[in-house]
Design a protein around this ligand. Structure first.
Ligand code: HEC
Ligand code: HEC
Ligand code: HEC
Ligand code: HEC
Length: 517
């Protein structure tokens, strides 16, 4: 690992020098050491507004995170209801994965899943999402969910230590200010000096396990790790593995999907045959498969991609240096798609010989190829659940080792869907690592197809004819579903797969944002 750090360091030195030549005549930002300040802020300051007077320039850019209109081909900052293809979509919306609700059935992600927008909305959007239960005083999710929503964590973890993680998520609902305590300055900076720091416990734990000290790392490694506090794959510990619901990063074997999948195989309390000891997020009710849900692995995807390997970090593209009115150069604190800038200035710090059109075309080239394969992987994953459902309910003559074949098929469902999700949940649609994205999707398709084949074999191919048609005819996409709709018996008759989840008891909404109704 230290070799990796060294090489990043060298390249960074090179690219920073490159950048400072480009910006010749500008002030301090291209230099090796970051500026150190002496502020009047106390060491435990966490309110965003407290930083405004000391750093009006960075704060001004920070406020641009409120911009929420502009879309790009696949991303942008409009928090549309992702991929359900049913709600009115903003103009310009083109690409939907129609099967998300099928693949996450029985898990709150099937209720609502939105596209990301700026950091300034993190708390507000979190409070609205149907994934935390608003129909019960208790949310049913652990306080850990707050970990990536803002600097309030510093206070909560200091106060409660490892007892914090398992508190009910709704118990903290009204204990923070939606704007002043959303993702902000204290998540990445020491208030007294503005040096970069980590607030994140799981990332600190990981570095410690590697014998590393954040303070001693190269500047550019820090400029990526501050994002790696949240833009990563993670899970919450089962209680026999440490403090219940404490977040952990599954990186002991490495950063590739296979490494993380292997890691999860012995990190949980699952007792289902064939999945003993697995870490499990939920059991898919249709195929009865113990599943994993992946979360936004930007850091792990980027790290060994073209740019990551070359030492180009998150901040280079998402926090490019900008010149302010009085000619001062600062890091943009508007974390958003670099493609929203028609000039693609962030990219052209380095690719100064290329036009914005050329660069954009290259990004879209990767994204289109990735999205096409993502859709195929998604469909085979759906087919795999259906195949195992049919095998489980099969009444004809079965293969001698029927039971083992069905278990093997379920294992392939778990793996195929996790690999699909590692790219689906990753927010760059392949750009952060084109080769790994396509490799992961090809693997996903192979694993899921293997699940279909094994299920067919288990029934001596008795179910094969039922799976021969186009997937949209066999299993239509579930486009509408929510916690409220699951309370409606009529809605629950609209899709064959709904019979595998319970109709919820009728209930009124208890929470609206921070308000108790
Ligand atoms: C997600 C992490 C993150 C957050 C949140 C954040 N910053 Fe930064 N900030 C950075 C990074 C990365 C740099 C670049 C440091 C470097 O180049 O060594 C930086 C640099 C700075 C600098 C040094 C000068 C410059 O512009 O490069 C100042 C001052 C600063 N930030 C102020 C703020 C303020 C004020 C806030 C809150 C409104 C804030 N930051 C929020 C990550 C963050
Ligand atoms: C404290 C956790 C946290 C940290 C640290 C963090 N992010 Fe985020 N980021 C989020 C969350 C949560 C969202 C989605 C917010 C929403 O949709 O309400 C997000 C959204 C984004 C978006 C999408 C914005 C848009 O316009 O759609 C980008 C880009 C981004 N982050 C980049 C970064 C970069 C680069 C860094 C490091 C400099 C970073 N983030 C650090 C949690 C974090
Ligand atoms: C070489 C430049 C580059 C680097 C380095 C980079 N990104 Fe990106 N990132 C992009 C591009 C280009 C996109 C695609 C934007 C789009 O589709 O509109 C993107 C997309 C994203 C998005 C989704 C943006 C949106 O509009 O919703 C997030 C979040 C993100 N990156 C976070 C990160 C994090 C975290 C890192 C470091 C671990 C990182 N990026 C490293 C260029 C970069
Ligand atoms: C800090 C410097 C830097 C920045 C900023 C940067 N790149 Fe790169 N880019 C590189 C380097 C270095 C390589 C690898 C070149 C090589 O190995 O020959 C590269 C390679 C590429 C490639 C070819 C490889 C591939 O993955 O397809 C593309 C396309 C590309 N960059 C696009 C972009 C875009 C778009 C942005 C802005 C979102 C961007 N770059 C920002 C330095 C940078």
């Amino acid at each position: 690992m230290s070799k990796h750090v060294m090489s990043i360091y060298t390249v960074v030195l090179g690219s920073l020098l490159g950048a400072s030549i480009l910006f010749s005549g500008c002030s301090d930002v291209g230099e090796l050491n970051p500026p150190v300040y002496k502020t009047k802020l106390p060491a435990d300051e966490i309110r965003n507004s407290a930083f405004k007077n000391e750093f009006p320039l960075q704060y001004g850019y920070y406020e641009r995170n409120n911009e929420t209109q502009v879309m790009t081909e696949y991303n942008g900052s409009v928090n549309y209801n992702k991929h359900n293809n049913a709600d009115p979509l903003p103009e310009g919306y083109k690409h939907a994965q129609p099967y998300l609700k099928n693949l996450w059935l029985g898990y709150p992600f099937s209720y609502e899943y939105r596209s990301a927008r700026g950091h300034t909305y993190a708390v507000e959007d979190f409070l609205k999402i149907d994934r935390i239960n608003r129909y019960d005083e208790k949310g049913g999710l652990p306080g850990t969910c707050w970990n990536c929503k803002g600097p309030k964590m510093l206070e909560w973890v200091k106060g409660k230590g490892d007892d914090f993680w398992a508190v009910d998520v709704n118990a903290m609902r009204d204990k923070l200010d939606v704007k002043d305590h959303t993702i902000g300055c204290a998540n990445c900076h020491e208030p007294e000096t503005m040096e970069l720091r980590l607030y994140s416990v799981p990332l600190q734990d990981y570095l410690k396990s590697q014998g590393k000290d954040f303070k001693q790392l190269a500047r550019n490694e820090k400029r990526a790790l501050v994002c790696g506090q949240c833009h990563v794959e993670y899970y919450f510990l089962d209680k026999s593995f440490g403090p219940a619901k404490k977040p952990k990063f599954p990186w002991d074997n490495g950063f590739d999907p296979e490494d993380m999948f292997t890691y999860y195989q012995d990190q949980g309390e699952c007792r289902v045959k064939g999945f003993e000891g697995n870490f499990v997020d939920w059991t898919h009710p249709v195929s009865k498969t113990p599943m994993l849900k992946a979360q936004h692995p930007e850091y792990e995807t980027w790290i060994n991609g073209t740019h990551g390997a070359a030492g180009v970090v998150c901040a280079d593209c998402h926090m490019a240096y900008v010149r302010t009115d009085d000619k001062k150069k600062i890091s943009s604190h508007w974390w958003t798609s670099p493609l929203k800038d028609p000039e693609l200035r962030a990219c052209r710090q380095c690719h100064s010989d290329k036009t914005p059109e050329f660069l954009k075309t290259r990004v879209l080239f990767t994204q289109k190829k990735t999205f096409d394969q993502l859709l195929i992987a998604q469909e085979i994953s759906v087919k795999a659940h259906e195949a195992v459902r049919l095998a489980l309910e099969y009444t004809g003559e079965k293969a001698l080792d029927y039971e083992n074949l069905v278990i093997a098929a379920q294992q392939m469902i778990r793996k195929g869907q996790f690999f699909w999700d590692m790219i689906s949940a990753e927010n760059s649609v392949g750009f952060h690592n084109p080769a790994k994205a396509l490799d992961t999707l090809a693997s996903s398709q192979q694993f899921s197809q293997k699940a279909v084949d094994l299920a067919c074999e288990a029934t001596k191919f008795g179910i094969s004819k039922d799976l021969a048609k186009d997937i949209k005819q066999i299993v239509p996409p579930i486009l509408k579903h929510s916690r409220k709709l699951q309370q409606d018996p009529e809605h629950m008759k609209t899709h064959e797969w709904f019979k595998y989840i319970p109709v919820l008891p009728a209930a009124n909404q208890v929470w609206d944002g921070q308000k108790k109704l």
